[in-house]
Ligand binder design. Sequence first.
Ligand code: NAP
Length: 349
Amino acid sequence: MQSPIEVGVLGATGMVGQHFIRFLARHARFKIAWVGASDRSAGKKYRDATAWRLDGAMPASVADLAVEECKPGNAPKLVFSAMDASVATEIERAFAQAGHTVVSNSRNHRMEADVPLLVPEVNAEHLASLAIQKANRGWSGQIVTNPNCSTIVLTLALAALKPFGIRNTVVTTMQAISGAGYPGVPSMDITANVVPYIGNEEEKMESETQKILGEFAQGAFQPHPMGVSAHCNRVPVVDGHTEAVSVDLSAAPSEADLIAAIDGFRGLPQLRNLPSAPPRPLIYMTDRDRPQPRRDVERENGMAVFVGRLRKCPVLGYKFLCLGHNTIRGAAGAAVLNAELMESEGLLG
Ligand code: NAP
């Protein structure tokens, strides 16, 4: 049996940090050995520094760890980052410079020209950009990012349709409250209501989708040449982003062709049987009123995307619904799967 790989979590006390702690505490290969946060928390035990807000108890294996400041030095070589975006740029760079692999959930480096924005089933080959990153920056470490929570759900579904030539897509999201962190959207705004604005979310979905579905060729990312239009809404759902998608394809597949492509979609994580990989990353649901966040989002450990209601769209060709767990597949689970892929590629040193 292989010995565990020690990992650290930057921003371990925050909402996404807690999701990392919960996800990693039961991980087969990674072992939490270090937790970092701001100087407000440093020096305290994790249990005292953290207002634990997830279902279930704080993992006992982490509760007594001493929180450290987010400075490279004592942390393990592999760190997951869930830091506040206002500080993530400089701190993540400092860790990479000091030789750490930073697998980040923050938005700060996602769109940089030498940073992979990774969805392991979709664009594992983008890891080749790490060689350019090393040459450009002179770091002995590296930074890899995962996309925004709503983008991951969309790109997984679109990846299955890419062989049919995606020209344009229009997506309307119904995004869970947990995506806004804690305390999130005021209850007076979200109770029995829809809030049709999430700051910068539409721009992120549009640009990140093109980068992820694009190629890394001749040392540069080539965005996928497709139009993406996103409408993002916050709805009174606790967990699970639901997305209504219309697509314009250059080929003329039948509905059966598309459903077969969705159901048959697999990536490197499945081929390599990575610990957090769902056996099927996309699951097509045939009931006409599914997927639904309350009924479906926790299935497959929150790591699969559920697709349903594929039908003709009189404007763009086809339309369908997809659903994914925003804090698991859209955040902590996504980053952990990125690290698992990197380990399987021999990229963790
Ligand atoms: P959060 O609850 O406010 O947590 C922020 C974390 O950053 C805390 O651990 C905090 O430590 C730490 N921090 C703050 N200032 C710091 C500093 N100067 N040095 C080091 N650490 C510092 O935020 P969140 O909702 O978890 O979001 C974290 C990141 O994930 C953000 O970049 C966000 O955009 C991204 N994200 C969030 C979600 C979501 O669902 N919430 C989804 C996707 C991505 P203290 O406890 O000591 O203050």
